[in-house]
Design a protein around this ligand. Sequence first.
Ligand code: ADP
Ligand SMILES: Cc1ncc(COP(=O)(O)OP(=O)(O)O)c(N)n1
Length: 269
Amino acid sequence: MTIAKALTIAGSDSGGGAGIQADLKTFQELNTFGMSVITALTAQNTLGVHGVFPQSLEAIEAQLNAVLSDIGTDAVKTGMLFSADIISLVATKLKEYKVTNIVVDPVMVAKGGASLLLDEATKALIEELLPIATVITPNLPEAAKIVGLKDITSLEEMKQVVVDLHKLGPKYVVLKGGHLTDGPAVDLLFDGKTIHELETKRIDTKHTHGTGCTFAAAIAAELAKGADIVKAVETAKAFITIAITHSLHIGGGIGPTNHAAYRRLANEK
Ligand SMILES: Nc1ncnc2c1ncn2[C@@H]1O[C@H](COP(=O)(O)OP(=O)(O)O)[C@@H](O)[C@H]1O
Ligand SMILES: Cc1ncc(COP(=O)(O)OP(=O)(O)O)c(N)n1
């Protein structure tokens, strides 16, 4: 039996809602074979990030070589990369192994405010990773930081920024509107010619831990299976919307999204 393969290069979330754990659950639910390269450990739960422990470059390189020299992958999703050195290593290895379908989620800050990317690493992200990305999936604060704005607060501003982000080299840009404070949850996909709007009702819940990781992992899984970019992003949007609708009220803070809900609902149809 053959199965599409997807690799996440990201940080571990001990609480299970974001990072490597969210990515692997999403890969599994979307019928791909998930693999991981762990860049950093976080001691994390629904209340926040309590510790960040980056892995050595040696450990990260060994994981990348092990997976890519033997198994290979049909898509990669990058998440928390933490430092400029880790970004450079990942970019070098993705080029060395000629990896295609590279989804870059430029993770910078967790919802609780903890920094998951050193400030000085933004330059390496922009210069080394964005140009080799198939698609990037920034949220609004990440996009603002990348293009040098204070903030992005409207759909009109999003439409300008998605074009500016595309000029940095990725083939496609998905700008996520989850951080807009009211109105529907609108994401924009720009393919260099057309801006596609993906809109759903905004779900009234605080339990949104791991939304960005899950969404980007779903895009990677769909690309790995051969979907075109529009279909991949549409499926990812449906996946995350259902995961948020059925989010899990566990722990004392911001609970995780429900990765199992999409497949469960599909099976009930
Ligand atoms: N309350 C919500 N209701 C519906 N969709 C949401 C909600 N919050 C976020 N989303 C969607 O979840 C995905 C992740 O977006 P976002 O939360 O902005 O990312 P991040 O976790 O990186 O900050 C996007 O598709 C966004 O539109
Ligand atoms: C290890 C790790 N990686 C990424 C994140 C950020 O995840 P995200 O999907 O943006 O969700 P929030 O944390 O912002 O809810 C993380 N927290 N941990």
